[in-house]
Design a protein around this ligand. Structure first.
Ligand code: HEC
Length: 721
C-alpha cells in the first residue's frame, strides 16, 4: 500500500523497453502449455460461490461456452449502476442466479444474474471518518456466503451477517481491537469461511499505531473465538498475547517505538484448507517502513511479511515462512494464495503459491511451510538473490535508504498487488497481473513531512514526481534523479500478464497491458484469460499463447477481476468497474475511460451474441472556475503548501483524479472550507475531519495555498498561448 507522489512537478519518463529476459537470464520462454492434471467432471459447475470461484483461490472456471472459437461473438448482456464513483475491487459471488457484489465502504448489491435487475442493496452505514484512514481508497474485495448467510466486512471494521434472500441484517460485530482509541485500522478484505468460523483481518499498516491480526468469529452467533496478533505489543507492558510472539519480540530492534505499532496487517490473502484444518494468512509491512530510523539496526521484525499457517481450532501458529525479513520497502506478503497439488519426485505435493509484491513467485509445502522454490517474475533490485535452501533473501545495499534516498524496484505498489491471479490446473499455468515500476524511498524522520497520527508513516516518491528543487521545502536537499538511477533503466509504469509455470518456475508467455494498474484475472477451461483495464476494455487472451482474441469496450475503467457463471444455459462474464484503489491520489491516465466518461461505478455483464455495450456519456471538459481573491501572506501560502503535501496530497491531486481537484472549489465550498476540513461535514463521503492534527490557523494556511494555486492555474489556462 502506498502514498502518492507529491506535486506539482510532473514530467513524463521516456518509455524504454527493457528486455524481459534480462531479469530471467536462465529462462526459456515456452509458447503454449503442457497438460499434467485433468479436472474431474465433478468440478463442472455453473455457480461462482466464492470470490475466487472455489476454495483454492483459483479464479478459474470450468465453463467452456465462451471459448477461443466463440469469444469473437462476446457482447453486452446487462449493467447495474452502483451510484458511486470510487474504486471497485470486488469480484462478485453468484449463487442460484443471484450476484452479490460489494462496493465502496462495504455497500452490498444483490442483482439478478440474468438481467442485472437490482433485488436489494444493503448499506452498512460505515463511519465515513474511516475514509480518511484508508490508505488506498474506500474499496472492498467482496463477500462470503454459506447456508444463505452473507458475511460482509465494512470499511469501519464491523462484520455484518446478512440474510441472502432479503438483504436483512442478522447481526453485526466489531472486529477492530481498541475501537475507542481510534487507531487507523480499516477493513477492505473478503471474510473467509473456515468450517464454523468466519475470518477477517484489517488494513492500516501504513499508518502509525496499528498492530496486525486475523480474528475468527463464530459463523452463527458472531462471537469472537480467537484473535491472532501478527506482531508483538510493547514488551514493557508485560505478557504477549500468544507464545509465538515471545519469540518474535527478540527479532525487533530494542529501540523500536512500539507506540508506532508494528504493522503486519492481514489485509488481503486469507485461505483455508479443510483437509489440514489450517488457515493461511499473509502479513503486511513493518511499521514504520524505515526500521533503521535514527541509527536503529532493525531486525527481522517477525511476523511481518510472512506466510503463516494457523490451526483453525485454536488460532495457534503451525508454521511461518518470512518472505521479507527486515522489510523497509512496504513489501507486504499479503497477496492472495492459490492452492495446488504440484508434481514432485514423491508424487503430488500440496502447495501454497504466492506472487509476492516483492517480485518473487513462492511455492511452499502447504503442510509444513517448507520452502520449495521461488524465482523472480518481475524486475527487482532489492536482493542479490535468495538462499536456495531457505528462501531467505540476500539483501542488496543498493536499496538501504536509511542514510540517503534510493531507487527501489519494485515500488510500494508491488510487482503484484491485490489484483487476483488465476490458476489453470490442467495446464499448470498461473496467470499473474504483474506491474513494473520503481520509486525513490527516503528517510523522513527529521523532515517536515515526518510521521503523524493517521497519516502515512514513510514517504516515497515516484520518479516522475521526483523534482529535488520542488521538494526542497519538504525534504531539504536531495540528489538528482540521474544519480539515483545510475545503472538502472528507468521506464514508465508498465503492466503485464505473465503466464507462469510454477513447477519449473519459468515464464511461458507475457503480454503487456494498458497501464501499470489494470485488473485482476479470470481464466477458464474455454482456453481464455479475461482482464479489464484502465481504458475501459474487457480484454480476452488465449491462455495457451497470450494472443489477444477480443476486446470489448465497456466505457468504465476496471481494476477488479471478472468472474463467470451460467444461468439457464447461458454463460455470463461479469465485472465490477470503477477506478481508484491502490493509487488513491492517481490522475486518470490520458486514454482512461475514467477521464473520458467519468468514473461512474457499475457491474457489467457480457454474453455471447449480445450487442456492443452502451457507453456512458462523455464528461464535460473541465475548465478552471474563476478563483476568489487571494488570502493570507506569502508565509501563510508557503506553510500551507507544506501542510497540504503532508495531509491532503495523497488523496487530492491537481488535475483529473478520483477525488476533487481542490483548485476548482465552488464558491459554496470555499465558504465552508474550514467546516469540511475541521468538522467533517463531508465525512459521509469519506472526507474525514482533521481537527486532531490541524489548527484553525493551519487550515487557513492550506486554504490560502489552494487559492494561490487556483489563481496560478486560472491564469495559465486563460492566457492565450
Ligand atoms: C483519505 C483521503 C482524503 C484526504 C487525505 C483528504 N481528503 Fe478531502 N476529500 C476526500 C473525499 C473522499 C472527499 C469527497 C469527495 C466527494 O465529494 O465524493 C473530499 C472532499 C474535500 C473537499 C470538498 C471538495 C468539493 O469540491 O466538494 C475539500 C475542500 C477537501 N476535501 C479538503 C481537504 C483538505 C484541505 C485536506 C487535507 C487537510 C483533505 N481534503 C484531505 C478525501 C480526502
Amino acid at each position: 500500500m502506498y502514498r502518492k507522489v507529491l506535486h506539482p512537478p510532473r514530467f513524463q519518463l521516456e518509455e524504454q523497453k527493457i528486455p524481459f529476459r534480462k531479469f530471467f537470464p536462465a529462462l526459456l520462454v515456452l509458447a503454449g502449455a503442457t497438460t499434467t492434471i485433468q479436472t474431474s467432471a465433478a468440478d463442472n459447475r455453473d455457480d461462482w460461490p466464492t470470490t475466487a470461484g472455489d476454495g483454492n483461490g483459483s479464479y478459474h472456471s470450468p465453463l467452456t461456452d465462451i471459448n477461443t472459437t466463440t469469444v469473437s461473438r462476446l457482447g453486452f448482456a446487462w449493467d447495474a449502476a452502483l451510484h458511486t464513483h470510487r474504486g471497485q475491487e470486488a469480484t462478485p459471488v453468484e449463487v442460484n442466479g443471484v450476484l452479490y457484489g460489494v462496493g465502496n465502504f462495504g455497500r452490498l448489491y444483490a442483482v439478478d444474474g440474468g438481467t442485472g435487475k437490482e433485488l436489494w442493496t444493503y448499506d452498512p452505514a460505515a463511519d465515513g471518518q474511516y475514509g480518511r484512514y484508508a490508505c488506498c481508497d474506500v474499496v472492498n474485495r467482496g463477500v462470503a456466503i454459506k447456508n444463505g448467510i452473507l458475511y460482509l466486512e465494512s470499511l469501519d471494521g464491523y462484520l455484518h451477517a446478512i440474510d441472502a434472500g432479503s438483504g436483512r441484517l442478522l447481526w453485526k460485530v466489531d472486529t477492530f481491537p481498541g475501537r475507542g482509541s481510534r487507531l487507523p485500522y480499516t477493513s477492505t478484505g473478503v471474510p473467509v469461511i473456515a468450517g464454523d468460523l468466519v475470518l477477517i483481518g484489517s488494513g492500516g499498516g501504513d499508518f502509525k499505531g496499528t498492530r496486525g491480526y486475523v480474528a475468527a468469529f463464530d459463523a452463527q452467533s458472531g462471537a469472537l473465538r480467537w484473535r491472532f496478533y501478527t506482531v508483538p505489543r510493547n514488551p514493557a507492558l508485560g505478557q504477549q498475547d500468544q507464545p509465538a510472539l515471545m519469540a518474535a519480540v527478540k527479532t525487533w530492534d530494542p529501540r523500536h517505538q512500539w507506540e508506532n505499532g508494528g504493522g503486519g496487517t492481514v489485509w488481503d490473502g486469507i485461505s483455508y484448507d479443510p483437509a489440514l484444518d489450517l488457515i493461511y494468512i499473509g502479513t503486511g509491512n513493518s511499521s514504520p517502513y524505515n526500521i533503521k530510523e535514527d541509527g536503529r539496526t532493525g531486525g527481522d521484525d517477525l511476523y511481518t511479511d510472512c506466510i503463516i499457517a494457523l490451526h483453525a481450532k485454536t488460532g495457534d501458529m503451525a508454521w511461518h515462512f518470512q518472505v521479507v525479513p527486515g522489510d523497509m520497502w512496504d513489501f507486504d506478503s499479503t497477496q492472495k494464495f492459490i492452492f495446488a497439488d504440484l508434481p514432485s519426485k514423491n508424487g503430488a505435493r500440496p502447495v501454497v503459491m504466492q506472487a509476492s509484491k516483492n517480485g518473487f513467485f513462492y511455492v511452499l509445502d502447504r503442510r509444513t511451510g517448507e520452502f520449495i522454490s521461488a524465482r523472480p517474475f518481475a524486475s527487482q533490485n532489492w536482493t542479490k538473490g535468495l538462499d536456495p535452501k531457505t528462501g531467505r533473501p540476500i539483501l542488496s545495499e543498493a536499496v538501504d535508504y536509511s542514510t540517503s534516498p534510493k531507487l527501489v524496484f519494485p515500488w510500494v505498489g508491488g510487482a503484484h498487488s491485490w489484483q487476483p491471479m488465476s490458476f489453470d490446473a490442467r495446464s499448470m499455468s498461473v496467470f499473474i497481473p504483474a506491474q513494473e515500476w520503481s520509486e525513490i524511498m527516503l528517510d523522513t524522520s527529521h523532515r517536515k513531512a515526518g510521521m503523524v497520527e493517521g497519516e502515512f508513516n514513510t514517504n516515497f516518491i515516484t520518479p516522475d514526481g521526483y523534482d529535488p528543487a520542488a521538494l526542497k521545502s519538504l525534504y531539504g536537499s536531495l540528489p538528482p534523479l540521474k544519480a539515483l538511477a545510475k545503472g538502472v533503466t528507468l521506464q514508465g509504469r508498465r503492466g503485464f500478464i505473465r503466464a507462469w509455470d510454477p513447477v519449473h518456475q519459468r515464464l511461458r508467455w507475457e503480454t503487456q497491458t494498458a497501464s501499470g494498474w489494470d485488473g485482476g484475472l479470470l481464466s477458464t477451461d474455454g482456453g481464455l484469460v479475461f482482464q479489464g483495464d484502465v481504458n475501459g476494455m474487457l480484454n480476452v487472451y488465449a491462455s495457451a499463447t497470450g494472443t489477444l482474441l477480443k476486446s470489448v469496450a465497456v466505457g468504465t475503467s476496471i481494476m477488479a477481476a471478472p468472474m463467470t457463471y451460467r444461468i439457464h444455459g447461458v454463460q455470463y462474464i461479469a465485472v465490477m468497474a470503477g477506478y481508484g484503489g491502490g493509487d488513491l491520489g492517481v490522475l486518470f491516465p490520458d486514454k482512461s475511460a475514467a477521464l473520458r466518461y467519468g468514473n461512474d461505478n457499475r457491474i457489467i455483464a457480457l454474453r455471447l451474441d449480445g450487442p456492443a455495450p452502451p457507453l456512458p456519456a462523455e464528461r464535460a471538459s473541465l475548465t478552471p472556475v474563476a478563483p476568489p481573491a487571494s488570502m493570507g501572506s506569502k508565509e501563510d501560502i508557503s506553510e500551507g503548501s507544506v501542510l497540504f503535501n503532508r495531509f491532503c496530497a495523497r488523496c487530492h491531486v491537481f488535475g483529473v483524479g478520483i477525488l476533487p481537484d481542490l483548485r476548482r472549489l465552488t464558491p459554496a465550498k470555499h465558504e465552508i472550507f474550514s467546516a469540511i476540513v475541521r468538522q467533517g461535514v463531508l465525512s459521509g463521503a469519506g472526507m474525514g475531519r482533521f481537527d486532531d492534527v490541524l489548527s484553525e490557523k493551519e487550515v487557513q494556511e492550506i486554504h490560502a495555498y489552494l487559492i494561490d494555486e487556483a489563481r496560478n492555474d486560472y491564469r495559465d489556462k486563460s492566457t492565450p498561448k
